[in-house]
Design a protein around this ligand. Sequence first.
Ligand code: ADP
Ligand code: MG
Length: 263
Amino acid sequence: GQGMVAGDLVNTASRVQSVADPGTVLVGESTRRTTEQTVVYEEAGAFELKGKDGLVPLWKALRVVSGARGSLKSTGLEAPFVGRDRELRQIKDLFHASAEGRKAHLVSVTGIAGIGKSRLAWEFYKYFDGLPQLTYWHRGRCLAYGEGVTYWALADMVRMRCRIVEDEEPASALQKLSSTLEEHIADPEERRFVEPRVAQLLGLAEQEARDKHDLFAAWRLFFERLAETYPTVLAFEDMQWADESLLDFVEYRSNGHATPRST
Ligand SMILES: Nc1ncnc2c1ncn2[C@@H]1O[C@H](COP(=O)(O)OP(=O)(O)O)[C@@H](O)[C@H]1O
Ligand SMILES: [Mg+2]
């Protein structure tokens, strides 16, 4: 039968459809962010959409490269990965050592733009995605501009785990956070410690004047509890834009669990 859906997402979708050429798929920022592990996009430009203020940036879907548990994998349109066997192997080895030894490892990947840092992270993703063992993967990009972006990459990772989309209603986002914590943190007292501090990271709670290390302890505990269930990876991209505070956190938490990071 035919279902009916309504709401802002649908309205936006029909507006987006009105500017897309036949046979192409255009998506907005939040869709791109939540699906970019699976679909390769290119910038399609900014468009005026009815009922939306200003120009809305859209992305064109080019191809699907990976599915859940590696079910789709690369369609072969991606240029083959060459000349980085050793680097990839090092990351794989550290990943397994980390998971088996229950100990965090910090991997820094540095090099000029275009050298292949993100690609290395992507190849690693495809590797563990194909393993029978589940892995909790988190990816966050450091932003080069704007206010309040200090912990953006980290907030992105938490949103990813909680399945919160970027422009989600606060009430619904808080609900998702709460149920994610219930799933992974058994101790209610620990949850009471972690929840307001992670909510603060996501901009969902009063920005209380908390000591940095008090916040860090809660954020770290969140990822540590995840890592007790499955191997946990945090991939920070574009660390050249990271400020001191985020770097502090990355160093602080890497005295705990697995953390390949690419810059
Ligand atoms: N080892 C490699 N083999 C084949 N293509 C690569 C390799 N490394 C990078 N590329 C390609 O080069 C481009 C730039 O790489 P990228 O990982 O985005 O660079 P960076 O993150 O260092 O700026 C991408 O299209 C990527 O797929
Ligand atoms: Mg990159």
